[in-house]
Write a protein that binds this ligand. Structure first.
Ligand code: ADP
Ligand code: MG
Length: 693
């Protein structure tokens, strides 16, 4: 149960004074629906209003706070003219101007003859010293509310600084100090204050340096968030570890048959990774290992051999993919090899219905099917296994941690091998998976040639057709990737269809089209035709990003390459350079090219190393976005910045380990405080892993 002290923080934002139905949606959009979400919305900058001056000293363009006497209101002669208010001090006259002003309001806030403090940007304009729409007007006794560093919050449409700041202050008023969850030594080392004090300080900067990501108050809050993340992951992991694993010791016979049937030998990386996996499986711990390898690095074979190790002991294995295309691709790779070893493989997707599905489920339950390959359809309640020992999950970050556990729950102490083709930088790895064991495939299979990548403005697109035609004569197959149009599938499709028509005029029936809106069957048919070579130009939206393996495809054209993120470009390009032929990738961009897009294309030209690309991507885009919006399994941080707070993340990871080593049930006073921390950052799910509530 959530601790009572946190109740006010988890009320809807409109329970705050001054936040009504009009403001609520804007706040929800910007920060979230609960009071606590406002606390995490820290200022992005601060405006220094501490500069007090006399009218004559106020320079053009300067932000000034002035104490002036109101001398005269001059109402506009026509509604399009500004309302003017003359003010003075002993050095001169300041003219306040207001457009479309309400005179009643102005007469009330700036009464003639009285002193007022005004703060805003001063302009020298046609011989006058002016201030248009002052940011603040207060009475002299309230000068301290203006004379300070004013935090500037990131905004959204329908919100103003003032209104947002007021809501945030309303939220801050709901907070009080909480029992300290951090190690006192760590706090002393960094000079951190308590949670409440840090929170107030972060929202009320005293010095411009208080806005800095590395200011103590900000660091402390970032660390709270990171520790909650790491502790939650560590708890889940500990929970999995508590259930003892089955030592899975196969005799190697099936593996040997497949190794004999392979037309190649495994790379050093593959052997090493397989060794890691097998020793995990043979131990009596449960395996939770990530197999990370660039597209085409040969993860599937490693996974297959691991599955065979389970099957050698009479157990079953599953391999789950995020899309149907990818599941089918895996089946195609695995089935012939498994058959060579006499192992029965079946596919289970959402497309199977009625009798077919029933029969499949029956065979899974009886153990007749030894390897099941499929999509999330494998999660469904009625899917049961006779003796599931290993779950391989491909492209993990598209699934939640939750789903990973659900699949693992379909057997007893199921070993889990997660495969990802997205090279995740180390920092992100830690936040997404915690302290998970990792094997990396770093070598490309032998015989692969590097992909030559070039860049070209769209104005020259006409000349590309000629080059393509030559490549086709040489027997190449070509992917033609159409642009993303503003995240709209419909528009994406229109662009792809137009391009398809153009290319068809030139190349006739050799051109095919595949896109996300096609029925699974139709998609498969087009892909099969491309694989078989009956079509040799495949126009595609980004559906080909994942999983398609056509070694004969050696050319890729990517239109509007500037619209794609680095990770996505890398994934797309990974579709070529998979066979023995030399491959080329052409990145076509629309001018003018922005600075970031320019850098991205440069990186793509310079390297094929997925890990380098991922690190660069992290630098260019910031961590939250690196894996794209669709891949949402990754946590988004509100206060922690993975570039600025990199070192803190590592500390949090170690801290979490130390904490659970000494107090696995979070029962000590510090443990209790840490529970509050977990609730504060809504890691409630992790708390379920604690033995006692
Ligand atoms: P990934 O899943 O990592 O993208 P795959 O396992 O699909 O890569 O392998 C890509 C291609 O490389 C497949 O056609 C596979 O048969 C082949 N392959 C895998 N390992 C090797 C190897 N050691 N040598 C040569 N080819 C390999
Ligand atoms: Mg693969």
């Amino acid at each position: 149960m959530r601790p009572e002290v946190l109740y006010p923080l988890f009320k809807p934002v409109d329970t705050l004074k001054g936040v009504g139905p009009r403001l609520k949606p804007a706040l929800e959009r910007l920060v979230g629906g609960h009071v606590v979400d406002l606390l995490w919305h820290l200022p992005a900058a601060a405006v220094d209003r501490r500069h007090q001056c006399k009218i004559a000293e106020a320079e053009h363009g300067a932000l000034c706070t002035l104490t002036v006497r109101i001398s005269q209101h001059i109402k506009p002669s026509s509604p399009t003219r500004p309302y003017r208010i003359l003010c003075e001090d002993e050095t001169g006259t300041l003219v306040l101007t207001f457009f479309r002003a309400h005179s009643d309001y102005l007469l009330k806030t700036l009464p003639e003859g009285e002193l007022r403090v005004v703060s805003g940007t001063v302009e020298h304009y046609s011989g006058e010293i002016q201030m248009t729409h002052p940011d603040h007007v207060v009475k002299v006794e309230d000068i301290d509310s203006v004379l300070k560093l004013e935090p500037i919050y990131p905004l959204t449409q329908g919100l103003s600084q003032k209104v947002l700041a007021k809501a945030i202050h309303g939220a801050l008023a709901q907070t009080s100090e909480l029992a300290e969850w951090h190690d006192p030594a760590l706090m002393a080392k960094h000079g951190w204050s308590g949670w409440h004090e840090s929170l107030l300080k972060a929202h009320n900067p005293q010095e411009t340096t208080d806005i800095d990501m590395l200011a103590p108050a900000r660091q402390r809050l970032a660390y709270d968030e990171l520790l909650a993340n790491q502790l939650a992951l560590a708890l889940v992991r500990l929970g999995m570890r508590k259930t003892k694993g089955h030592p899975t010791k196969g005799d190697g016979a099936l593996r040997q048959k497949v190794l004999d049937a392979l037309p190649f030998t495994l790379t050093g990386s593959q052997l090493k990774a397989l060794g890691d996996v097998i020793s995990d499986m043979e131990s009596d711990h449960r395996m939770l290992r990530l197999l990370q390898g660039d597209v085409g690095s040969g993860k599937t074979v490693v996974a297959l051999l691991a599955m065979l190790a389970a099957i050698e002991t009479g157990a079953q294995a599953v391999m789950m993919a995020p899309t149907e295309i990818l599941a089918r691709q895996h089946l195609k790779t695995i089935e012939p090899l498994a058959e060579a070893a006499g192992v029965k493989v079946a596919l289970l997707t959402g497309r199977d219905k009625g009798k077919t599905r029933e029969a499949l489920l029956e065979n899974l339950k009886s153990g007749t099917i030894q390897i099941a390959v499929g999509t999330h359809a494998l999660f469904q309640d009625d899917v049961a296994f006779q003796n599931l020992r290993l779950a391989v999950i491909d492209e993990q970050h598209r699934f939640g941690v939750h789903q990973r556990l659900e699949l693992a729950a379909k057997g007893q102490a199921v070993d889990v091998l997660v495969m990802t083709a997205t090279p995740i930088p180390r920092t992100l790895m830690l936040t997404a998976y915690g302290d998970m064991d990792v094997s990396r495939l770093v070598e490309k299979p032998a015989g692969r040639l590097p992909v030559k990548t070039s860049v070209m403005p769209s104005g020259k697109l006409g000349s590309v057709a000629e080059g393509i035609s030559r490549k086709l004569d040489e027997g190449a197959r070509v992917y033609w990737v159409c642009p993303l149009v503003e995240e709209s599938e419909k528009l994406d499709l229109a662009a792809a269809e137009d391009r398809f028509k153009d290319l068809k005029k030139m190349f006739g029936d050799r051109v095919g089209l595949v896109h996300g809106r096609m029925k699974g069957k139709d998609k498969d048919a087009v892909m099969a035709a491309f694989k078989a070579g009956t079509i040799d130009i495949l126009v595609a939206t980004t559906v080909i990003e994942v999983g398609v393996d056509v070694p004969e495809a050696t050319v890729m054209v990517i239109e509007h390459a500037e619209r794609f993120g680095l990770a996505q470009l890398h994934q797309l390009r990974g579709r070529i350079g998979r066979g023995h032929g030399a491959s080329s990738c052409l990145l076509v961009y629309q001018t003018p090219l922005g600075e970031v897009a320019q850098k991205r294309l440069k990186i793509m030209r310079e390297t094929e190393d997925g890990f380098v690309i991922a690190e660069e991507d992290l630098k260019l885009r910031g961590a939250g976005e690196v894996l794209g919006t669709r891949q949402s399994g990754l946590p988004q941080f509100r206060m922690a910045d993975l570039e600025a707070h990199k070192a803190l993340l590592t500390t949090a990871s170690d801290d979490a380990k130390v904490i659970l080593n000494g107090d696995a049930d979070l029962k000590t006073p510090r443990g209790q405080a840490l529970r509050t921390l977990l609730y504060l950052f809504e890691r409630d799910a992790a708390i379920k892993y604690l033995r006692s509530g």
